[in-house]
Design a protein around this ligand. Structure first.
Ligand code: GLA
Length: 370
Protein backbone atom coordinates (compact mmCIF):
# COMPACT_ATOMS: atom_id res chain seq x y z
CA UNK A 1 0.00 0.00 0.00
CA UNK A 2 1.24 3.51 -0.79
CA UNK A 3 1.97 6.16 1.91
CA UNK A 4 -1.14 8.29 1.30
CA UNK A 5 -3.75 5.65 2.21
CA UNK A 6 -1.79 4.63 5.32
CA UNK A 7 -1.65 8.23 6.56
CA UNK A 8 -5.26 8.81 5.69
CA UNK A 9 -6.36 5.68 7.44
CA UNK A 10 -4.25 6.44 10.50
CA UNK A 11 -5.76 9.94 10.76
CA UNK A 12 -9.25 8.53 10.42
CA UNK A 13 -8.76 5.81 12.96
CA UNK A 14 -7.16 8.00 15.61
CA UNK A 15 -9.70 10.86 15.50
CA UNK A 16 -11.64 10.91 18.72
CA UNK A 17 -15.32 10.10 18.82
CA UNK A 18 -17.83 10.20 21.64
CA UNK A 19 -19.41 6.81 22.33
CA UNK A 20 -22.81 6.30 20.73
CA UNK A 21 -25.59 5.87 23.25
CA UNK A 22 -28.67 5.41 21.05
CA UNK A 23 -29.84 1.89 20.18
CA UNK A 24 -28.00 0.21 17.32
CA UNK A 25 -29.98 -0.09 14.06
CA UNK A 26 -28.00 -3.20 13.17
CA UNK A 27 -29.03 -4.88 16.42
CA UNK A 28 -32.63 -3.67 16.31
CA UNK A 29 -33.25 -4.96 12.80
CA UNK A 30 -30.93 -7.96 12.74
CA UNK A 31 -33.79 -10.46 12.75
CA UNK A 32 -35.16 -8.79 9.61
CA UNK A 33 -32.47 -7.42 7.32
CA UNK A 34 -28.98 -5.97 7.18
CA UNK A 35 -28.57 -2.25 7.79
CA UNK A 36 -26.22 -0.53 5.34
CA UNK A 37 -24.69 2.84 4.55
CA UNK A 38 -23.19 4.04 1.26
CA UNK A 39 -20.08 6.02 2.19
CA UNK A 40 -16.54 7.07 1.38
CA UNK A 41 -13.76 6.90 4.01
CA UNK A 42 -15.24 8.65 7.05
CA UNK A 43 -13.79 10.71 9.90
CA UNK A 44 -13.59 9.36 13.47
CA UNK A 45 -17.06 10.37 14.74
CA UNK A 46 -18.77 9.11 11.59
CA UNK A 47 -16.74 5.90 11.68
CA UNK A 48 -18.00 5.45 15.25
CA UNK A 49 -21.57 6.00 14.07
CA UNK A 50 -21.12 3.39 11.42
CA UNK A 51 -19.44 0.88 13.73
CA UNK A 52 -22.44 1.22 16.00
CA UNK A 53 -25.17 0.95 13.34
CA UNK A 54 -23.96 -0.78 10.17
CA UNK A 55 -23.91 -4.42 9.19
CA UNK A 56 -22.76 -3.57 5.66
CA UNK A 57 -21.12 -0.59 3.94
CA UNK A 58 -21.33 0.20 0.28
CA UNK A 59 -18.58 2.12 -1.52
CA UNK A 60 -19.94 5.53 -2.43
CA UNK A 61 -17.57 6.49 -5.27
CA UNK A 62 -14.12 4.92 -5.12
CA UNK A 63 -14.95 1.70 -6.97
CA UNK A 64 -16.63 3.42 -9.89
CA UNK A 65 -14.83 3.22 -13.24
CA UNK A 66 -14.56 7.04 -13.21
CA UNK A 67 -12.40 6.82 -10.12
CA UNK A 68 -10.43 3.69 -11.05
CA UNK A 69 -9.73 4.65 -14.68
CA UNK A 70 -8.62 8.30 -14.85
CA UNK A 71 -7.00 7.85 -18.29
CA UNK A 72 -6.61 5.16 -20.94
CA UNK A 73 -4.19 2.49 -19.70
CA UNK A 74 -4.05 4.09 -16.22
CA UNK A 75 -5.44 2.37 -13.14
CA UNK A 76 -5.76 4.30 -9.93
CA UNK A 77 -6.28 1.86 -7.07
CA UNK A 78 -5.21 4.01 -4.10
CA UNK A 79 -8.60 5.34 -3.04
CA UNK A 80 -10.35 2.03 -3.51
CA UNK A 81 -7.62 0.19 -1.56
CA UNK A 82 -7.91 2.75 1.26
CA UNK A 83 -11.71 2.56 1.26
CA UNK A 84 -11.68 -1.22 1.51
CA UNK A 85 -9.07 -1.26 4.29
CA UNK A 86 -11.15 1.32 6.18
CA UNK A 87 -14.43 -0.55 5.53
CA UNK A 88 -12.92 -3.79 6.84
CA UNK A 89 -11.68 -1.98 9.93
CA UNK A 90 -15.27 -1.04 10.82
CA UNK A 91 -16.40 -4.64 11.16
CA UNK A 92 -19.15 -4.14 8.55
CA UNK A 93 -19.18 -6.25 5.37
CA UNK A 94 -18.13 -4.23 2.30
CA UNK A 95 -20.32 -4.01 -0.81
CA UNK A 96 -18.91 -3.14 -4.23
CA UNK A 97 -20.66 -0.30 -6.04
CA UNK A 98 -20.57 -0.40 -9.03
CA UNK A 99 -18.87 -2.33 -11.84
CA UNK A 100 -20.72 -0.74 -14.76
CA UNK A 101 -22.65 2.52 -14.74
CA UNK A 102 -22.84 3.54 -18.35
CA UNK A 103 -24.22 6.98 -17.55
CA UNK A 104 -21.04 7.75 -15.60
CA UNK A 105 -18.28 6.10 -17.59
CA UNK A 106 -14.83 7.73 -17.43
CA UNK A 107 -15.11 10.96 -19.46
CA UNK A 108 -12.24 10.04 -21.80
CA UNK A 109 -13.97 6.75 -22.61
CA UNK A 110 -17.30 8.42 -23.18
CA UNK A 111 -15.64 10.93 -25.53
CA UNK A 112 -14.01 8.11 -27.44
CA UNK A 113 -17.31 6.31 -27.87
CA UNK A 114 -19.06 9.52 -28.94
CA UNK A 115 -16.37 10.17 -31.52
CA UNK A 116 -16.90 6.69 -32.97
CA UNK A 117 -13.45 5.62 -31.79
CA UNK A 118 -14.54 2.24 -30.42
CA UNK A 119 -16.43 -0.64 -32.02
CA UNK A 120 -19.02 -2.54 -30.01
CA UNK A 121 -16.64 -5.50 -29.76
CA UNK A 122 -13.86 -3.25 -28.43
CA UNK A 123 -16.24 -1.66 -25.92
CA UNK A 124 -17.35 -5.05 -24.62
CA UNK A 125 -13.74 -6.23 -24.43
CA UNK A 126 -12.84 -3.09 -22.41
CA UNK A 127 -15.74 -3.77 -20.07
CA UNK A 128 -14.81 -7.44 -19.65
CA UNK A 129 -11.22 -6.55 -18.83
CA UNK A 130 -12.40 -3.86 -16.40
CA UNK A 131 -14.70 -6.21 -14.50
CA UNK A 132 -12.15 -9.03 -14.35
CA UNK A 133 -9.41 -6.73 -13.10
CA UNK A 134 -11.60 -5.17 -10.39
CA UNK A 135 -12.95 -8.52 -9.22
CA UNK A 136 -9.49 -10.06 -9.52
CA UNK A 137 -8.23 -7.49 -7.03
CA UNK A 138 -11.20 -7.28 -4.65
CA UNK A 139 -13.52 -10.22 -5.42
CA UNK A 140 -12.45 -12.38 -2.48
CA UNK A 141 -12.82 -9.54 0.04
CA UNK A 142 -15.99 -7.96 -1.35
CA UNK A 143 -18.69 -10.59 -1.76
CA UNK A 144 -21.64 -8.48 -2.96
CA UNK A 145 -21.50 -6.31 -6.09
CA UNK A 146 -23.77 -3.93 -7.95
CA UNK A 147 -22.81 -5.19 -11.39
CA UNK A 148 -24.89 -2.81 -13.51
CA UNK A 149 -26.34 0.45 -12.23
CA UNK A 150 -29.20 2.50 -13.70
CA UNK A 151 -29.49 0.98 -17.15
CA UNK A 152 -33.25 1.40 -17.65
CA UNK A 153 -35.02 4.27 -19.36
CA UNK A 154 -37.32 6.57 -17.36
CA UNK A 155 -39.51 7.31 -20.35
CA UNK A 156 -43.10 6.39 -19.52
CA UNK A 157 -44.25 6.13 -23.17
CA UNK A 158 -45.35 2.54 -23.80
CA UNK A 159 -43.18 2.18 -26.91
CA UNK A 160 -40.11 3.87 -25.37
CA UNK A 161 -36.82 1.96 -25.58
CA UNK A 162 -35.83 -0.33 -22.74
CA UNK A 163 -32.53 1.38 -21.96
CA UNK A 164 -31.55 4.82 -20.80
CA UNK A 165 -29.98 6.75 -23.64
CA UNK A 166 -26.23 7.23 -23.36
CA UNK A 167 -23.21 6.56 -25.55
CA UNK A 168 -22.43 3.14 -24.03
CA UNK A 169 -25.92 1.70 -24.38
CA UNK A 170 -26.34 3.32 -27.81
CA UNK A 171 -23.24 1.44 -28.92
CA UNK A 172 -23.78 -1.89 -27.17
CA UNK A 173 -27.53 -2.18 -26.53
CA UNK A 174 -28.56 -4.75 -23.95
CA UNK A 175 -25.50 -6.84 -24.82
CA UNK A 176 -23.39 -4.79 -22.40
CA UNK A 177 -25.63 -5.82 -19.50
CA UNK A 178 -25.60 -9.50 -20.43
CA UNK A 179 -21.83 -9.31 -20.91
CA UNK A 180 -21.31 -7.55 -17.57
CA UNK A 181 -23.11 -10.26 -15.63
CA UNK A 182 -21.28 -12.95 -17.60
CA UNK A 183 -17.87 -11.38 -16.86
CA UNK A 184 -18.69 -10.85 -13.18
CA UNK A 185 -19.92 -14.42 -12.74
CA UNK A 186 -16.81 -15.80 -14.40
CA UNK A 187 -14.49 -13.64 -12.28
CA UNK A 188 -16.26 -14.12 -8.93
CA UNK A 189 -18.47 -17.21 -9.21
CA UNK A 190 -19.63 -17.17 -5.58
CA UNK A 191 -20.22 -13.42 -5.20
CA UNK A 192 -23.74 -12.01 -4.92
CA UNK A 193 -24.42 -10.04 -8.12
CA UNK A 194 -27.05 -7.29 -8.23
CA UNK A 195 -28.85 -5.24 -10.80
CA UNK A 196 -29.45 -1.80 -9.18
CA UNK A 197 -31.73 1.06 -10.28
CA UNK A 198 -33.94 3.96 -9.13
CA UNK A 199 -37.68 4.61 -9.63
CA UNK A 200 -38.37 0.87 -9.80
CA UNK A 201 -41.56 1.62 -7.84
CA UNK A 202 -43.07 3.30 -10.90
CA UNK A 203 -45.18 0.80 -12.85
CA UNK A 204 -43.64 1.61 -16.24
CA UNK A 205 -40.09 1.26 -14.92
CA UNK A 206 -40.99 -1.88 -12.97
CA UNK A 207 -42.28 -3.41 -16.21
CA UNK A 208 -38.95 -2.58 -17.85
CA UNK A 209 -37.07 -4.21 -14.98
CA UNK A 210 -38.89 -7.47 -15.63
CA UNK A 211 -38.15 -7.27 -19.35
CA UNK A 212 -34.49 -6.88 -18.48
CA UNK A 213 -34.51 -9.72 -15.96
CA UNK A 214 -36.18 -12.03 -18.49
CA UNK A 215 -33.60 -11.14 -21.07
CA UNK A 216 -30.80 -11.88 -18.59
CA UNK A 217 -32.41 -15.15 -17.57
CA UNK A 218 -32.73 -16.22 -21.21
CA UNK A 219 -29.08 -15.40 -21.76
CA UNK A 220 -28.15 -17.57 -18.75
CA UNK A 221 -26.94 -14.55 -16.75
CA UNK A 222 -29.46 -14.23 -13.97
CA UNK A 223 -28.51 -11.70 -11.25
CA UNK A 224 -28.70 -12.92 -7.65
CA UNK A 225 -30.72 -9.98 -6.33
CA UNK A 226 -32.25 -6.66 -7.34
CA UNK A 227 -31.33 -3.32 -5.76
CA UNK A 228 -34.05 -0.70 -5.36
CA UNK A 229 -32.11 2.51 -4.76
CA UNK A 230 -34.78 4.31 -2.71
CA UNK A 231 -34.08 8.01 -3.35
CA UNK A 232 -37.39 9.31 -2.05
CA UNK A 233 -38.96 12.51 -0.73
CA UNK A 234 -41.82 13.47 1.59
CA UNK A 235 -44.41 12.76 -1.10
CA UNK A 236 -43.02 9.78 -2.94
CA UNK A 237 -43.00 6.87 -3.53
CA UNK A 238 -46.58 5.72 -3.47
CA UNK A 239 -46.43 2.96 -0.89
CA UNK A 240 -48.65 0.62 -2.89
CA UNK A 241 -46.22 0.97 -5.82
CA UNK A 242 -43.25 0.23 -3.57
CA UNK A 243 -45.01 -2.82 -2.14
CA UNK A 244 -45.97 -4.07 -5.59
CA UNK A 245 -42.35 -3.78 -6.75
CA UNK A 246 -41.02 -5.63 -3.70
CA UNK A 247 -43.66 -8.37 -4.09
CA UNK A 248 -43.08 -8.84 -7.79
CA UNK A 249 -39.30 -8.93 -7.54
CA UNK A 250 -39.62 -11.55 -4.84
CA UNK A 251 -42.22 -13.52 -6.81
CA UNK A 252 -39.77 -13.61 -9.72
CA UNK A 253 -37.28 -15.30 -7.41
CA UNK A 254 -35.00 -12.39 -6.48
CA UNK A 255 -34.19 -11.07 -3.01
CA UNK A 256 -34.63 -7.29 -2.68
CA UNK A 257 -31.92 -4.93 -1.47
CA UNK A 258 -32.85 -1.35 -0.64
CA UNK A 259 -29.51 0.14 -1.58
CA UNK A 260 -29.52 3.97 -1.40
CA UNK A 261 -32.29 5.12 0.91
CA UNK A 262 -32.73 8.83 1.63
CA UNK A 263 -35.76 11.11 1.89
CA UNK A 264 -35.34 14.63 0.51
CA UNK A 265 -37.31 17.30 2.36
CA UNK A 266 -37.78 19.21 -0.92
CA UNK A 267 -40.39 18.71 -3.58
CA UNK A 268 -39.05 17.13 -6.75
CA UNK A 269 -38.84 19.72 -9.51
CA UNK A 270 -37.02 17.62 -12.08
CA UNK A 271 -33.56 17.71 -13.59
CA UNK A 272 -30.06 18.23 -12.27
CA UNK A 273 -28.19 21.45 -11.48
CA UNK A 274 -31.31 23.50 -10.75
CA UNK A 275 -30.87 26.98 -9.35
CA UNK A 276 -33.95 26.76 -7.12
CA UNK A 277 -35.13 29.98 -8.73
CA UNK A 278 -38.48 30.52 -10.35
CA UNK A 279 -38.98 32.86 -13.33
CA UNK A 280 -39.14 35.83 -10.89
CA UNK A 281 -35.71 34.91 -9.46
CA UNK A 282 -37.19 33.84 -6.13
CA UNK A 283 -36.72 30.32 -4.76
CA UNK A 284 -39.40 27.96 -6.04
CA UNK A 285 -39.69 26.49 -2.54
CA UNK A 286 -38.40 27.54 0.87
CA UNK A 287 -34.80 26.63 1.69
CA UNK A 288 -34.34 25.12 5.15
CA UNK A 289 -31.02 25.88 6.84
CA UNK A 290 -32.55 24.18 9.89
CA UNK A 291 -35.40 21.71 9.60
CA UNK A 292 -38.59 23.18 11.12
CA UNK A 293 -40.49 20.96 13.61
CA UNK A 294 -43.33 20.40 11.16
CA UNK A 295 -40.91 18.97 8.59
CA UNK A 296 -39.15 16.86 11.21
CA UNK A 297 -42.55 15.32 11.84
CA UNK A 298 -43.29 14.76 8.18
CA UNK A 299 -39.85 13.21 7.67
CA UNK A 300 -40.36 10.93 10.66
CA UNK A 301 -43.80 9.93 9.36
CA UNK A 302 -42.36 9.13 5.92
CA UNK A 303 -39.54 7.00 7.41
CA UNK A 304 -42.08 5.26 9.64
CA UNK A 305 -44.28 4.42 6.63
CA UNK A 306 -41.30 3.17 4.65
CA UNK A 307 -40.04 0.96 7.47
CA UNK A 308 -43.53 -0.41 8.05
CA UNK A 309 -43.42 -1.57 4.43
CA UNK A 310 -39.88 -2.96 4.78
CA UNK A 311 -40.80 -4.83 7.95
CA UNK A 312 -44.01 -6.18 6.44
CA UNK A 313 -41.90 -7.57 3.58
CA UNK A 314 -38.83 -8.44 5.61
CA UNK A 315 -39.00 -12.01 4.29
CA UNK A 316 -38.27 -10.57 0.82
CA UNK A 317 -35.66 -7.97 1.79
CA UNK A 318 -32.04 -8.73 2.63
CA UNK A 319 -30.75 -5.20 3.20
CA UNK A 320 -31.97 -1.69 3.92
CA UNK A 321 -29.10 0.65 3.13
CA UNK A 322 -28.98 4.42 3.60
CA UNK A 323 -27.07 6.61 1.16
CA UNK A 324 -24.57 8.40 3.40
CA UNK A 325 -24.62 8.73 7.19
CA UNK A 326 -26.02 12.12 8.21
CA UNK A 327 -27.40 15.41 6.92
CA UNK A 328 -23.96 17.00 6.87
CA UNK A 329 -22.68 14.27 4.59
CA UNK A 330 -25.22 13.74 1.83
CA UNK A 331 -25.09 14.26 -1.92
CA UNK A 332 -28.53 15.93 -1.63
CA UNK A 333 -26.88 19.08 -0.22
CA UNK A 334 -25.62 19.62 -3.76
CA UNK A 335 -28.19 17.92 -5.96
CA UNK A 336 -30.32 18.87 -7.75
CA UNK A 337 -29.63 22.34 -6.32
CA UNK A 338 -25.99 23.14 -5.50
CA UNK A 339 -25.47 24.27 -1.91
CA UNK A 340 -29.09 23.89 -0.76
CA UNK A 341 -29.05 22.26 2.69
CA UNK A 342 -31.08 19.08 2.74
CA UNK A 343 -32.01 16.92 5.75
CA UNK A 344 -32.73 13.49 4.29
CA UNK A 345 -31.19 11.09 6.82
CA UNK A 346 -31.76 9.79 10.35
CA UNK A 347 -28.86 11.75 11.89
CA UNK A 348 -28.45 15.54 11.87
CA UNK A 349 -25.31 17.56 11.14
CA UNK A 350 -24.05 16.93 14.69
CA UNK A 351 -24.60 13.19 14.10
CA UNK A 352 -27.44 13.19 16.62
CA UNK A 353 -30.51 10.99 16.04
CA UNK A 354 -33.52 12.91 14.69
CA UNK A 355 -37.21 12.20 15.29
CA UNK A 356 -37.04 10.09 12.10
CA UNK A 357 -34.54 7.80 13.86
CA UNK A 358 -36.85 7.36 16.84
CA UNK A 359 -39.80 6.76 14.51
CA UNK A 360 -38.18 3.66 13.06
CA UNK A 361 -36.48 2.34 16.18
CA UNK A 362 -39.90 2.43 17.81
CA UNK A 363 -41.14 0.05 15.11
CA UNK A 364 -38.39 -2.51 15.49
CA UNK A 365 -39.64 -3.85 18.82
CA UNK A 366 -43.18 -4.29 17.55
CA UNK A 367 -42.34 -5.82 14.19
CA UNK A 368 -43.42 -9.38 13.48
CA UNK A 369 -40.54 -11.85 13.06
CA UNK A 370 -40.12 -12.89 9.43
C1 GLA B 1 -26.92 7.17 -7.86
C2 GLA B 1 -25.73 6.24 -7.86
C3 GLA B 1 -24.85 6.45 -6.65
C4 GLA B 1 -24.64 7.90 -6.33
C5 GLA B 1 -25.95 8.57 -6.21
C6 GLA B 1 -25.78 10.01 -5.86
O1 GLA B 1 -27.96 6.73 -7.10
O2 GLA B 1 -26.09 4.88 -7.91
O3 GLA B 1 -23.61 5.85 -6.89
O4 GLA B 1 -23.85 8.50 -7.31
O5 GLA B 1 -26.62 8.48 -7.44
O6 GLA B 1 -24.86 10.20 -4.85
Amino acid sequence: MKPLPILLLAAVMTATAAPRTEPSLRELFKAHFDIGFGVGVLDGPRTALLRHHASVVSCENDLKARSLRPAPDTWSWEKADAWLAWAESTGARPIGHTLVWCYMMPPWLEEKVKAGGLTKEQALAWQDDHIRRVLGRYGTRVRTWDVVNEALSDDSAPDAPLLRKDPWSDLCGTDYIVAAFRSARAAAPDAKLLYNDYNLELPHKRARLFRLLKLLEEAGCRPDAVGIQGHYNLESPKLEDLEATIREIHAAGYPVHITELDVSVYRWEGGANLQNNGPDGKPTQPVHQELPPELHERLAAQYRRLFEVFLRHADKIERVGFWNTDDGNTWLNNWPVKGRPNHPLLFDRNLQPKPAFHAITGLAGTAPQP
